[in-house]
Design a protein around this ligand. Sequence first.
Ligand code: PMP
Length: 433
Amino acid sequence: RAVTPQGTDRLLDRHRAVLPDWLTLYYDRPLEITHGEGRHVWDADGNRYLDFFGGILTTMTAHALPEVTKAVSEQAGRIIHSSTLYLNRPMVELAERIATLSGIPDARVFFTTSGTEANDTALMLATTYRASNQILAMRNSYHGRSFSTVSVTGNRGWSPTSLSPLQTLYVHGGVRDRGPYAHLDDADFVQACVADLEDLLGHGRVPAALIAEPVQGVGGFTAPPDGLYAAFREVLDRHGILWISDEVQTGWGRTGDHFWGWQAHAASGPPDILTFAKGIGNGMSIGGVVARADIMNCLDSNSISTFGGSPVTMAAGLANLSYLLEHDLQGNARRVGGLLIERLRGIGAGVDAVRAVRGRGLMIGLELVRPGTDEASPERAAALLEAAREGGLLLGKGGGHNTSVVRIAPPLSLTVAEAEQGAAILEQALRAV
Ligand code: PMP
């Protein structure tokens, strides 16, 4: 394995001199990724890595997927961007497809450039629609780092500021296996969370919406029991509170069993508002909001920003969506993800420091603790990332404020052989730490 050459070291110095200190870089020797193909990326030293984090779930299908590259370059050759003031064919086509896929009746779609901006728009819609700046959010949640999304991010370790333009009430339920309800079975857990939600309402509190991730992503890939949001929905409906499902990580089939995360709670039907981003562009910056027309149209506005729905990103989204549907990548996530979870559980069972292996489809978390205790071990998670990198495998980190969960979310085209190869590297890395 080559040592990082001076070129990358110099780039790191220049990065540190000119970019904000809070722009986190992974690894003691940060990586400079120069290119990718399929499920692999290469650094400036020429080292190849199996990518189990997909650029924080943005490379959903595969790196350098020819279909997406072709669509992007053809569209860029015609026009990259004109304005939101003119008709935009790829935007209309992608909106039509997403409206149908969303399951939301009479759906309207608005495109943004990121998940943060999508949630920001969803919050503006809900608060305007209900004329209330109170929001319900889940403990340990992550919805972005803009001023409004930080205000509904329960995971304080990931918030740059504790100031808030919204009045937020945090609800239990996002984390299943830690906290005061950890000892309860599924049915009692759901009941306790519903009681907690009921307890927050009344007394002049009239929240506009509940915003929630079906599986908490940054929070460490933790999921409530299926049906929790259906149970919440009954309470929300009684109070006229909207449900915003943040599908930025769970959308497009990543969880294997479902195309959207909300479908694990299907009895409740679709949410009122759905937000998406990350993987739909296979790396191009697309975010968006889907909402019933009466909610979407409550704003009296022009577009919200200049770039949402830019033709090049829309072309990428269309090509990527077609590819993932035609190749049933959701089915692949279910099959290969299922095998990978089983394999990792087998590995984890023999290691004291592994508290849990959990997940769904290709969204798998491995929680690390100090051996023999229940205490989170961010040090071990960090060491595991370094050791895996040495072995040629890229992983992610997450969890509560202490980031002790290793996150695995490869492109959805992962093969069985690659899953096995990644698991073997991870097993060795675990032994090393
Ligand atoms: N919501 C969730 C659930 C996320 O995981 C993220 C990003 N990690 C966001 C919103 C924000 O998306 P973006 O980084 O594209 O702004």
